[in-house]
Design a protein around this ligand. Structure first.
Ligand code: HEC
Length: 148
């Protein structure tokens, strides 16, 4: 009996280690899966973004980004629905690489980030403490969700 108990001990230690690893990994993955509803931009960014959007985007997408004659909605439930489940980095790249339609890539990275923040705020998504930064690895793990 003594021998059996002695040989079972390393197995228990190993199982405990595997379990601890699995739990730890789960917690890390849950942290990684962030959504736009977790406070991913600041109110200051959105305020700056509103001004930039009035200048560069509103002529086609409407003053409140609700969509107009020359462009679809880029804020609100319908817009979020179109991007539901997509990485924020993909939406950011779409905006940076193709907009404004008449002059793609013409704005600074900071201004694109500010405008993105404004688009989220105009969609009813709350601001937080962390500023949104274009090209930041975190954008890969922030998922667009239509609802919280
Ligand atoms: C000259 C008109 C025009 C201007 C200015 C313009 N857009 Fe657009 N935008 C469009 C059109 C047309 C589409 C639809 C075709 C497409 O997706 O490329 C579009 C599509 C988009 C989309 C994708 C919408 C979706 O859900 O598929 C986003 C996001 C966007 N624009 C953001 C912006 C932002 C931000 C600005 C300002 C920096 C801007 N646009 C300026 C005309 C414009």
């Amino acid at each position: 009996m003594t021998t059996m108990r002695a040989s079972a001990t390393p197995l228990i230690v190993l199982l405990t280690a595997v379990l601890a690893f699995a739990i730890g990994r789960d917690a890390t993955m849950a942290q990684g899966a962030q959504s736009i509803w977790d406070g991913v931009y600041t109110a200051e960014q959105a305020t700056r973004g509103k001004a930039a959007s009035d200048t560069s985007c509103a002529s086609c997408h409407g003053a409140t980004l609700e969509g107009a004659d020359f462009g679809p909605s880029i804020a609100g439930a319908e817009f979020l629905g179109r991007w539901d489940g997509e990485k924020l980095s993909v939406l950011a790249a779409k905006v940076e690489q193709t907009m404004p339609l008449d002059s793609p890539g013409s704005l600074s990275k900071e201004t694109y980030a500010d405008i993105l923040a404004h688009m989220l705020q105009a969609s009813g998504v709350p601001a937080g403490q962390t500023a949104l930064a274009l090209g930041a690895p975190s954008l890969e793990t922030i998922i667009v969700r239509k609802t919280k």
